[in-house]
Design a protein. Structure first.
Length: 298
């Protein structure tokens, strides 16, 4: 599933291409969207802004109309110049939004709905989202309080709770815990305030690294692979995620992976760098014995 950094970059690129322009064409494969367009046409409206909130992308039109999309596992937004050949087939198109210069195409987007400002506040998940590390109004204090309200839950599961922190997904969850030396299986009540603050600072820093924009006003934005390490080797861009059975980049111990939480999300961690808070705690079922290996440079 795309994480908050991916949605942020998509929203920024869409904003550059579409904001303050008129809609010249709108096509929707979702019947509810098409019905709204038939009764109150989207064409002719001004696109006021495009923004992200966690993993949600919002396109604001004049006349109090907001298109909200969620990518889930398969969706993506593409931007093309008018007449440019699409990189995906038209059968994958779910929404087409165009102005005189660009076409924004939502491919395989499973969730797309229209709201007014009032219905968005009353009937959507948006108002219930936690603080977003990529927004200017991100509040670490608010996020810390939300984390503290789940004292018995494992910290990695809490970091995935979008009502606690918006935008974090499986990759950042594992990477943030590793960077801070926190076991993803530690329960919130076992963590100190300083540890929670460090997790939030790491989340903010790592997510912002992945939305760097060097396009100087162009609509093409950062499209490189997600990274949490400052290295030139693309194959070494992450600390632990996706590296089950490989040596830890810090200590050389074997990286482990275990399904965690009710959704059985994959969690990667180093058992040496991220020990459980209670050294007497029994290993959780599914752990494997770490193999000591030579130390690998960071």
């Amino acid at each position: 599933m795309p994480e908050g950094d991916t949605i942020f970059r998509s929203a920024r690129a869409l904003h550059k291409a579409l904001a303050d322009t008129y809609v010249t064409e709108f096509v929707a494969e979702f019947a509810p969207l098409a019905a709204v367009h038939d009764s109150t046409p989207v064409t002719g409206r001004t696109i006021e802004k495009v923004e992200s909130r966690g993993k949600w992308l919002l396109i604001h039109f004049s006349g109090d109309l907001i298109l909200v999309t969620h990518m889930l596992m398969s969706g993506s937004w593409h931007i093309y110049r008018r007449g440019e050949r699409w990189r995906r087939g038209r059968s994958h198109m779910r929404v087409l939004l165009a102005n005189d210069t660009y076409e924004a195409v939502a491919f395989d987007v499973p969730v797309a709905r229209f709201y007014t400002a009032r219905t968005l506040a009353r009937n959507s998940a948006i108002p219930h989202l936690g603080p977003d590390p990529l927004r200017a109004d991100f509040s670490p204090d608010d996020a810390a309080a939300r984390i503290a309200s789940h004292p018995q839950e494992e910290i990695a599961n809490v970091l995935l709770n979008q009502q606690v922190i918006a935008g974090l997904g499986n990759v950042f969850k594992s990477e943030v815990c590793f960077v801070c030396g926190v076991s993803p299986f530690a329960r919130v009540h076992e963590l100190s305030p300083d540890q929670v603050a460090a997790l939030l600072a790491a989340a903010e820093r790592l997510m912002n690294i992945n939305v760097s924009d060097a396009t100087s006003g162009g609509v093409i934005t950062y499209t490189g692979a997600r990274r949490t390490r400052n290295v030139s080797d693309a194959g070494a861009r992450l600390w632990v995620y996706g590296r089950r059975g490989q040596p830890c980049r810090r200590c050389g111990a074997t990286i482990l992976m275990r399904k965690q939480g009710s959704a059985a999300r994959s969690t990667y961690w180093c058992p040496q760098c991220q020990p459980l808070p209670d050294p007497k705690a029994q290993p959780i079922a599914g752990w494997s014995t770490p193999i000591r290996r030579r130390k690998v440079g960071c």
